[in-house]
Each structure stands twice: as structure tokens, then as C-alpha cells.
Design a protein around this ligand. Structure first.
Ligand SMILES: [Zn+2]
Length: 450
């Protein structure tokens, strides 16, 4: 069997992999790079050699796993695409949003190759989407089967067990082993794994002594309480899919328990509201905590869209939980930023990972009083607001992943989906705890014999 990394670089970037058995070719995920545009943001489908694939599998609906799905499907007209029901509902929203973003970029960046696909192509492609339930085997070509296991990362997220040629290959997708506020921790198999293909996102992020999800939640809530009592507006840049729903559940729990006291205003973005509506529609259909809770109704909130954000007044005692989490140019959080950053009464709170090269990454590196540029077309901003960072990640800690490797004891471990220092940490640590495991870092475009 062979495994090929179809991404263009060894980094968090996008995800797309090819598994080849004697008789079948299976494509795993087809992500879009969050920071690139046009062709550079896509996997290198030329590595398929024009021979397509027999079937495809999506592990979850984040853009870096699903964003290039319509392009991948062009490579193999007729091949089915397997995913969970929640991933299907969320992918539909995310892909249509991606077309709208690309159409805007076509004008702004004078990029005639955008959008890379159309709303109509998404709609027609959905005829080939096949819903698979957790722990249910499905055929992927002549001699490969797939089976989904809950990954605890976002709603509908899965790891995939592939059986082929008498071997068991497990692809983690993005995983979280701990409970979040909404998502339950992953439920992964650890028996008889021959080959483990594992994400490495947090390999370069040690968890400080004593820090747990609970202590971070408490620190976040008491900081938020203080910020609201001081009367300032609070900006929380969040991903529309996953982080927004986790935050709503956390705020709801905190209001109910009294950890967060007093009233406050709350704004979420348009895409976040759409994703939240799908999350509510699917309650009971995918594993999560607060099974009956409708997130859209759990707190009073307003929805703000791209057209209104520039005119939106920034109010005291109000939380702006708006995307994007990386504060990418032209997104809600980026456009609102000047009114927050230069206001000494305001507070900016980060709850997850930001790429250091993204606007959010640059802001997090700036000290109070520093100038920071969040959009090259606008004047730099002087940071006067308070700023705090919290680790409420949807990804497993590096120790959680290492522990899983110890339990699964795979013969081969393939390290993917991490920046080079993150991958390097696992390449160094795994041989110490699992000397019998062969550690492989698949070079993009170079098949690995498994
Ligand atoms: Zn993800």
C-alpha cells in the first residue's frame, strides 16, 4: 500500500492525502490553505496523474479539510464522497461561503481565476455525497473499507479506520481527546493499528504546568467578567465553525451557574449564525454535550454581516464574538478592530490558535502602545486596548497525542498537518516512548510504502 501527501508544503496549511492499495485509490480530505489564494491554496491534484480515485472521505467540515472538495471531485467524476451527516450539513454552508469570499477576492485582488468553483457546482456535486454513521463500515473501492470514529474536534468530526490488504490504517483527521464545553472527547480505536496517520498541530505548544481546560475556562470567564464590569466592549475573534458554538455554550453555562453575572450585549457574525443554525438542526444526530440545547436561543444575541460591520457602533458591556479567528483582512473581526484596538476601555480576548503571520498573530505579538498593521491598505493602529490570550483549543495537546501513540503502538507513524517544529517534536519524542514504531514524515508528493 502507498500513502502520498498531496499538499504543497509541510505545514498546517491544507490537508489532502492519497491511499493506494492493490486495487483501489482513496482520497482523504481536500482542504484549502487558509492563508493562500487561488491555485496556491489548493492541493496538488496533478499528483493524481490524471487517474482519479475510486472514493473519497471527508473527516470534518473545516475549510482546511473541505475547502477544495469540488475541485477534487472533478478529478474523478462519479466517485462517491463519504462523510457524517453533520459534516455534510456544515460543509454545504462552508463551501457556499467560500464561493462568496472568492468572488469578492476576484475583484479586490484582480484574480481572474477566482472563484475556483461555483455555487452550482457545489449543488450538483452533493448528489455524490454519501452519509456514513459512526462505527459502520462502508466500501471504498474494491479492496478497502472505511469506518468513522468520533474525533471530538468539531460537530461531526471523525477519525477514519481503513482496512486494506489485511492491514488497519487509522487517519486521525483533527482530534481532541478532552471534553470541550460542547464537544465530547474523541473515541478512537487503539487496537491492532498497523499504520497511524496523525495530525500534529500543537506539537510545538507545551501546556504549562497546572493548566487544564477547566482552569483556562475559569480564567477566561473571570477576565471577561472583569472586562464587562469595567464597562468596555470586548472583541473575541473566533472561527465561525466550532469555536463560536463552543463559546456560546460556555457563555450559556456561565450565565446559568452564576460564573458570569449581570447582563451584556452579544454580537455574532452572519456565517457563525448560519453554522449555529445547522448545529441546532443536527442536535441529537452527532455526539455532543448539552444535547438538547439550541445555541441560537441560549442567550440574547444580534447578528452582524459584512455590509453592516463598518458602521456598527461599539457599545459598552458588549461582546463581539465575530470571525475570523485569525482576523484576516476584510473579515468582521479585522474591520471592527480599529474601534477596539485604539480604545483603552476595550478588551481583546483570544481563545485559540492564530498563525503568527496572520493579522491576529501580529496583534498578539504587539505590546500596549505598539503600532500594528492589520491591513496593508489601512493606516497602522496603536494598540491601547487590553489583550489576553487563552488556550481553549479544539486540538489535542501534544501529550494527549503522544499518549494515544503509546496506546495504539502502531508499526508505522506518519506525521502530518503540523508546522515543521511541531512535527519535529513528535519525531523526537515518539522513539523515546515507542521504540518499535517507525516514524515517517511524508514529503509532499513522494509516495510512502506502508
Ligand atoms: Zn479542523
Amino acid at each position: 500500500m502507498k500513502f502520498t501527501n498531496l499538499t504543497r508544503a509541510e505545514e498546517i496549511g491544507a490537508n489532502c492525502y492519497l491511499l493506494e492499495s492493490a486495487k483501489s485509490r482513496v482520497l482523504l480530505d481536500a482542504g484549502m490553505h487558509p492563508r493562500e489564494t487561488g491555485k496556491l491554496a489548493t492541493p496538488d491534484f496533478s499528483l493524481l496523474g490524471g487517474r482519479g480515485f475510486d472514493a473519497m472521505v471527508l473527516t470534518h467540515a473545516h475549510q482546511d479539510h473541505v475547502g477544495c472538495l469540488p475541485l477534487a471531485m472533478r478529478e474523478s467524476p462519479g466517485a462517491p464522497v463519504f462523510m457524517t451527516e453533520a459534516t455534510a450539513g456544515l460543509s454545504e454552508v462552508m463551501l457556499h461561503n467560500s464561493v462568496s469570499v472568492m468572488m469578492r477576492q476576484r475583484d479586490e485582488l484582480a484574480a481572474p481565476d477566482l472563484p475556483l468553483f461555483s455555487h452550482r457546482e457545489i449543488e450538483t456535486g452533493m448528489d455524490r455525497w454519501q452519509i456514513a454513521r459512526l462505527s459502520e463500515r462502508f466500501g471504498l473501492g474494491e479492496d478497502v473499507t472505511g469506518e468513522f470514529f468520533d474525533a471530538g474536534h468539531i460537530l461531526g468530526s471523525t477519525g477514519l479506520l481503513l482496512r486494506a490488504e489485511g492491514k488497519r490504517v487509522f487517519y486521525t483527521g483533527d482530534v481532541n481527546f478532552e471534553d470541550q464545553t460542547l464537544m465530547r472527547g474523541a473515541n478512537f480505536p487503539a487496537d491492532d493499528i498497523d499504520v497511524l496517520v496523525m495530525e500534529t498541530t500543537r506539537g510545538d505548544s507545551p501546556v504549562p504546568d497546572g493548566m487544564t481546560r477547566k482552569t483556562e475556562e475559569q480564567r477566561f470567564l473571570s477576565t471577561l467578567q472583569g472586562a464587562l464590569e469595567a464597562g468596555g466592549p470586548v472583541l473575541i475573534p473566533v472561527f465561525a465553525l466550532g469555536k463560536t458554538q463552543e463559546l456560546l455554550a460556555l457563555l450559556y453555562e456561565a450565565r446559568k451557574s452564576g460564573a458570569l453575572r449581570g447582563g451584556f450585549g452579544l454580537y455574532v457574525g452572519g456565517l457563525s449564525a448560519k453554522v449555529t443554525a445547522v448545529t441546532d438542526r443536527l442536535r441529537g444526530k452527532a455526539p455532543r454535550r448539552h444535547g438538547d440545547l439550541k445555541l441560537a436561543e441560549c442567550l440574547p444575541m444580534e447578528v452582524v454581516g459584512g455590509r453592516d460591520i463598518a458602521q456598527l457602533p461599539v457599545l459598552p458591556r458588549t461582546v463581539y464574538a465575530i470571525s475570523s479567528g485569525m482576523m484576516t483582512e476584510n473579515t468582521l473581526s479585522n474591520v471592527l478592530a480599529p474601534k477596539i484596538l485604539e480604545n483603552p476601555e476595550a478588551h481583546c480576548m483570544f481563545v485559540g490558535y492564530s498563525d503568527p503571520k496572520s493579522p491576529a498573530g501580529r496583534l498578539r505579538a504587539a505590546r500596549e502602545g505598539d503600532e500594528v498593521s492589520l491591513d496593508p491598505r489601512r493606516r497602522p493602529l496603536r494598540r491601547r486596548c487590553k489583550l489576553d490570550e487563552f488556550t481553549l483549543s479544539a486540538h489535542a495537546t501534544r501529550d494527549g497525542l503522544l499518549d494515544y501513540v503509546k496506546r495504539a503502538r502502531p508499526k508505522k507513524l506518519l506525521l502530518v498537518h503540523g508546522d515543521p517544529p511541531a512535527v519535529a517534536w513528535f519525531a523526537r519524542e515518539v522513539p523515546r516512548v515507542c521504540p518499535q514504531t517507525e516514524v515517517i514524515v511524508p514529503v509532499p508528493g513522494v509516495p510512502v510504502e506502508i
